[in-house]
Design a protein around this ligand. Sequence first.
Ligand SMILES: Cc1cc2nc3c(=O)[nH]c(=O)nc-3n(C[C@H](O)[C@H](O)[C@H](O)COP(=O)(O)OP(=O)(O)OC[C@H]3O[C@@H](n4cnc5c(N)ncnc54)[C@H](O)[C@@H]3O)c2cc1C
Length: 509
Amino acid sequence: MSPRNDRTDVDVLIVGSGPAGSMYARTIGELVPHARILMVEAGPRVPGTRGDHTQNMSEQDREAAQLLTQGPDAGTQRDAALLDIAEGLDPSLEFRQTVLPGLHFVDSHPTLRSGEVGLPAASMSTGVGGMGIHWGASTPRPHQSERIPFIPEDEMDAALSHAERVLGVTEQRPPGAGLAAAIHSAMAEEFDGPGLTPVGFMPSAMHWEGERLVFSGTGAILGDLEEDVPGFELRPETLARRVLLEDGVAVGAELQDRITGEVSTVRAARVVVCADGLRTPQVLFASGIRPRALGHYLNEHFQMASFLQLGDDFDPARFGRDPREHGYVLIPFSDARPMQGGVMALADSPYAIGDDDGAAASRLGILAWYAAKDVRYEDAVEFSETETDFFGMPRMTIRYSRTDHDQKTISAMYANSIRSAARIGELTDQPTLAAGGSSLHYQGTVRMGPVDDGSSVCDERLRVWGIAHLYVGGNGVIPTATAANPTLTTVALAWRAAKELAATLADER
Ligand SMILES: Cc1cc2nc3c(=O)[nH]c(=O)nc-3n(C[C@H](O)[C@H](O)[C@H](O)COP(=O)(O)OP(=O)(O)OC[C@H]3O[C@@H](n4cnc5c(N)ncnc54)[C@H](O)[C@@H]3O)c2cc1C
């Protein structure tokens, strides 16, 4: 029996159909199978199985899905959008890291105050599955100070393990084989040391089915929810305009049908907002929920990528090639080196570009370094009281600067890019800092905290301080400075929160 309450239309309303919202839905559905769960998604359905990764689609479907999820740019061929980016970004290097198919910009022409760098490449995806149908599927665990200090280690490890199972994470174990082993060994010699997290391989949410590499999209999280939980509904093209409050309790939301424009309300026993790192605080702001920390502490890791020509000892032709090997070497975050490095020979990776023979013959390698940024109150996404965005929601403005310490971190990241390249070959271009926003990992905007002291928006179970029955999720809840790709952590945190939510629902039966 569902925990029904005569005054509610649904037990749980979830805003946003990305990995975070989907983990809530799945977990609540597993624990309370008769729950009525409504998930609303501002963007459209895309071709194929709901939530499937675009890499698993036919080329035609993939292109259609990418065009559909571009929000205001939906249907626009990306070349046109490439031209529409702020001055000062080097198109030769930064475009390829900043404008990605399936995404749309927050504000590619920000008005910057003195000293600000902004996040001109900050992007979003608006469609069923969120960014999780386009993502790269890299799922490293957080290390050392990347981890959340007020969640017990064993609890967090259990949550990360659960998230890995749900996402279908696979990982090559050191020492690896063939060329990947050679690169791993070179990187371990260069970067391993006392107190440092050992060099390994990048865990990834992908697996082989016969000859086909399958990426886990958001659909891997949702599983068979529609069949297992009859009360589950995913309603696309439906914008949550604001959360409805009564006496400090979230009781539902105002929704807008994006096709007809019709506005309606839905009453819910619990409301969960997982509308991405920038739009979750937007929904709260629009609802009049404006704790001091809302939108603040915004941070993303710095990103630096470069190509290199592999030296003779790392010539792919010298190694037997097992196309199933996953040759993405990971230099993980450590406090003494607050950054993460990724090194890969394109010929030896599942991401190989171009035709197989061409890639194998070439000696191209790629380096991607991410570094943690200082987390500061001043870095923020702000919302307008008067102006609206394409969706009719409060317009966003990003305030973002780099500290002196950040500049040192960037220099150290540059040095490590050079070091990692020099071990295995020669750079073909200089490592360049990607435009702000390129990481696509926007954290801190609805950050969790151990106490309600004004520096956080929610508690460690993602319950918004001071508002009963309101939960948040997504990368915005992560409070620490990180270099690791965040989705694994985000999904793990959503699982912890959803278990708590489900338990309170069950108690109300
Ligand atoms: C190309 C690419 C590569 C990436 N690679 C990696 C990687 O390798 N590893 C990694 O960890 N992460 C990666 N990411 C990031 C990863 O996809 C995100 O961390 C993850 O999707 C965040 O999940 P989420 O549910 O919080 O948000 P999203 O996936 O962004 O989903 C939020 C959803 O909420 C919807 N929404 C917003 N506002 C409203 C509203 N008012 N009403 C209704 N719906 C709303 C949006 O339309 C969207 O569909 C990558 C992303 C991209 C695009």
